[in-house]
Design a protein around this ligand. Sequence first.
Ligand code: AHG
Ligand code: MN
Ligand code: MN
Length: 327
Amino acid sequence: MTISRYILEQQREIPGATGEFSDLLSTITLAAKVITREVRRAGLANILGFTGAENVQGEKVTKLDEFAHNVLLEILGRSGHVCALASEEEADLIPIPEGYPLGKYIVLLDPLDGSSNIDANVSVGTIFSIHRRITKEGRGTLEDVLQPGYKQVGAGYILYGSSTMMVYSTGHGVHGFTLDPTVGEFLLSHKNIRIPEKGKIYSINEGNSNRWAKGVQNYINYLKEEDKKTDRPYSSRYIGSLVADFHRNLLYGGIFLYPADSKNPKGKLRLLYEAAPMAYLIEQAGGLASTGYERILDIQPTELHQRVPLIIGSREDVLMAEKFIRE
Ligand code: AHG
Ligand code: MN
Ligand code: MN
């Protein structure tokens, strides 16, 4: 089953669907293939001599996150389904250029997540979040973009790992597709992913532990204690690419935390490009996402690059983390 067939079959179940949304999703898979190609040859860039600001054709050699950003904007901007875009890589709202058709959707992007890992050949990803516009016509505005996560109509990520995967949800479960490079298609490999109710893995940048609030410190210490009945100690796993850390925990169960700390009192991760789309996916998979005090999907954003503490993963684990943090 290819991803395009799957998208069409899901569309058939929605009466009155115009196919616009399906086409938007398919557009994202095209961008995923183009970015995959570039990620796969990233290590060759030096060998081939593309190190300067310009390559032999006189084109600028762009960094991978710039490249991913540009590919997504170009492909989505031309799709005719989008009236505004926002990206972690750009300070302001990105209007659709003059002359391109406008659509009814808003797409928010983290074009390349985990960029600090690229040079070491460690997994990176792309995150996307889709909203329906609120304004009636013309180019999308900030009002269209600053919507709480529960209003997303779709969200997902592409993981450029040992294989490329696209995992997404449109509100009917979470489904994963693996790119078969020999045929150039994403094939359904993980139907209706459910995160285990409780995991045995925790993922957090423990180098920041002295900066955490007491509650977070106590929770992580609790996970390290010996207790057969609750399967402790947990294992620590941290890649430093949210997409990769999230994907592992989604499949195996566990908890990921990027809490507020004394250096980042509002947390580090971005609400619109990282926390909200991942929260949408985790809830669709049966898990939870919280700031420690509040459901991520309920937060009304007030600015484009708003940061937020993120605690996300298996239901029982997130509930336990909240309990410690609130104490
Ligand atoms: P990005 O590469 O898009 O800026 O995101 C990096 C994020 C996220 O992927 C990861 O979970 C987190 O930053 C890692 O932060 P630390 O290096 O502070 O642990
Ligand atoms: Mn990121
Ligand atoms: Mn990024």
